[in-house]
Write a protein that binds this ligand. Structure first.
Ligand code: GDP
Length: 181
């Protein structure tokens, strides 16, 4: 199957998370297999599409990035409207970004309801140093497990920098969305 074929399913996916956790970088890695060290607001294009193959059929993601708006004001209702999937991103070395991720999950429940597949993504795992007590890992495994169970989330740890797990996130999320009748 070639991705040039007509998609059998189009999934609107929104990105949420504190500024600088790597939302735009995750999209850039997924869509263009590229990474930039410096922050370039221009890479935060508001809307990108990408086709992937699932079960020998083409599915298409319409990816809505906040393009930095999350810093300034509540996101517009059209951002969430008809979203079938969400990536809520935090930085695995930054506890504050994890707490912010929980706020975004609540916001999704309020604005979209339960009819959305949510993946929590702990990004920047390339920055983790040693394991154990002195690890710079900011969030405890048990806390993550509780949250994911309670909120029915998929969970991934990834790095937009190395590319680790980035394609898997979209592939697994895509599997969760039913084909249209
Ligand atoms: P956004 O504001 O959430 O869209 O975050 P950006 O994608 O603009 O990324 C913020 C900064 O973090 C940039 O300097 C990126 O290069 C950097 N960054 C993003 N993902 C990673 C990652 O996986 N590892 C590391 N080390 N840096 C990252």
């Amino acid at each position: 199957t070639s991705t040039a074929a007509t998609p059998i399913l189009t999934i609107k996916l929104v990105l949420l998370g504190e500024s600088a956790v790597g939302k735009s970088s995750i999209v850039l890695r997924f869509v263009s297999d590229d990474f930039r060290e410096s922050r370039e607001p221009t890479i935060g294009a508001a809307f990108l599409t990408k086709r992937i193959i699932r079960d020998d059929k083409v599915i298409k993601f319409e990816i809505w990035d906040t393009a930095g708006q999350e810093r300034f004001a509540p996101l517009a209702p059209m951002y969430y409207r008809n979203a079938q999937a969400a990536l809520v991103v935090f930085d695995v070395t930054d506890d504050g970004s994890f707490h912010k991720a929980q706020d975004w999950i609540q916001e999704l429940h309020e604005k979209v309801g339960d009819n959305i597949v949510i993946a929590l993504v702990g990004n920047k795992i390339d920055l983790l140093n040693i394991q154990g007590e002195n690890s710079n890992r900011a969030v405890k495994e048990a806390e993550l497990q509780n949250l994911c169970k309670r909120e029915n989330l998929l969970y991934f740890e990834a790095s937009a920098k190395t590319g680790e797990n980035i394609h898997e996130i979209f592939q697994k999320l895509g599997q969760k969305i039913p084909y249209p009748q």
